[in-house]
Design a binder for this molecule. Sequence first.
Ligand code: KG4
Ligand code: ZN
Length: 347
Amino acid sequence: MTLILGIESSCDETAASVVENGRIVHSNIVASQDALHIEYGGVVPEIASRAHLERILPVVSQSIEKANIDLKDIDAIAVGNRPGLIGSLLVGVAAAKTLAWSLEKPLITVDHVIAHLWAPFLSGCEVEYPALGVVVSGGHTSLLLLHDANTVTCLGKTIDDAAGEAFDKAASILGLGWPGGALIDKAAASGSPVYRLPRPKTKGDRPDFSFSGLKTALLYGVRGNPFRKDGKIVFPKTVSDLETKDICNWAASFQHAAVDSIMNGIQHALEHNVVRCVVAGGGVLANSLLRKQLETLASRYNIQIHLPDFEYCVDNAAMIAGLGYHLFKNGHRDQLNVTASPKGIAS
Ligand code: KG4
Ligand code: ZN
């Protein structure tokens, strides 16, 4: 039995988890910072890193307690050290290095984006390679060709906003709140996609994504075309001019357009690459329409699509411990002078 302690702090979740043999989750503690960032309508990096500092040790202690083990029972410590907000990453990395040094246990650094694709393993999936990896989250929208669990070629990615970021901005345009993905999903359930919004495509052969034009189209659709008045840009309407039904219809229209864009990229990648299955991860995989469309795609292409359970879609440390286990078994070790990086393989 191999027990890995995973640590995650790349954005605004402070998380620690104990996972056995890469699959059996003994604890999965996630301290969300949503309440701290809500008034700004997005993650404020300085606030995030300070909050990580306050929470990291209690979160690690809780994960050990919940797993009903002692720190010395851990075989190795895995930490997400790339990509992400550098100040936030550094807190998790410093904690992991300190634990590795003081406990004399191996340290393993993990790419956060690739770790999202370990999440389906935690839900009992068996992934066969080569696989198409689909990461759709608040910070990333990437299509990866997975040669094995940690060896990837980037096939395509967003050239501007990430899909989750676009959901968050759309929710803000519609006055729904933050973080917006789940709120758009909920509002869309009471609406219909009656408004035409673009399905942006990037030029060229790569299945890249672009979401900023869609977001602008939603803004202009909801608030009318802007004009200049006294040197300022003003919109003819505000969101409070809309009826609740209309907000739900806009949410449904946006959700359909965003999900169509994601699905177009996935289809393109499937048609140009030979893969044995699709494996997906990231917060936007919690979206009901995206999950439904992926199921339809699976039967149309006669291919298995492995999705994580909801609790493993958003950022968590169990996926870090899981991928850490794979690397540990393959002899991967990091030195204590390893550091964090805002860039990863797919960013
Ligand atoms: O994976 P994650 O925690 O973030 C990064 O690693 O970047 O994902 C968070 C993102 C947020 O943008 C949130 O709005 C989005 O996932 N999200 C959703 C849903 N639930 C969360 N987006 C669409 N539909 C949902 N149901
Ligand atoms: Zn993530």
